[in-house]
Design a protein. Sequence first.
Length: 262
Amino acid sequence: MQKVIRGFRGGYRLVKFLQHTRREVNKIKRYQNTKRHDEKASTCLKRWGRQTLSTLNVEVHADFDLPGRPAIYVCNHKSYLDGAVLAAYTGSFFVIKSEALKWPILGKYIQLTRNIAVDRISARSRLQSGLQIKQRIMNGGSVVVFAEGTTYKEAGCREPENGVFKLSAQTGIPIVPVVLEYQNPDAAWVGDESFLPHFIRTHGQQQVVVGLKSGPLLASTESDYLKSETRRWIELNSRQIRAQFDFMPSVRMQMGGLVSPV
């Protein structure tokens, strides 16, 4: 019986998620190719992120401060839900794998909200994504990069890719390390599991709990320093949050308090 209830709940939330995503697609379309496109896209991303967290009953325990200037947020990567959490708090643009543009409804939304699609195996695509990041920053926006290039379940931080750190060192655009961890490690979308069964299984639960934390503003002309310091910070704080979840699985975390993005 519980399995049936979870299946119904997950299916209902999926429909609601797609409905509000389609509404946001229709809203941002009117600003497509206008001078206000970037500004409205950022507002739209934040609103979509907040609505997604509400629809899916995601509780975020956040210790998160905006840096007060455009920056590149470098975050570990667990799931498709990472984007909604970070959009709700930052309104930032994302560097996203190009395959995501093929997703029904959501792919169109990703494109219309001016996110940066990159083919990671193409040197030309990676170069173009760097130019787009600089353009978004010049226009007053910030950008989220999942520098490890893949999702994974375990705590810690895998070896990040070099590109974003070289870009920061060359341009002076600062980096803000960000970490997120899910109370239930199975919320991570990994392996060969397709989107639909993972979504139904994860969001068929009554609630998803996430720990989110931002780090210090990092700036340097040395890309190796930026990379090592970012990885060190994410590694340390990822394991700290994971330990809190594991030690007190039924107790609310005490980070910066519960911060609702709505």
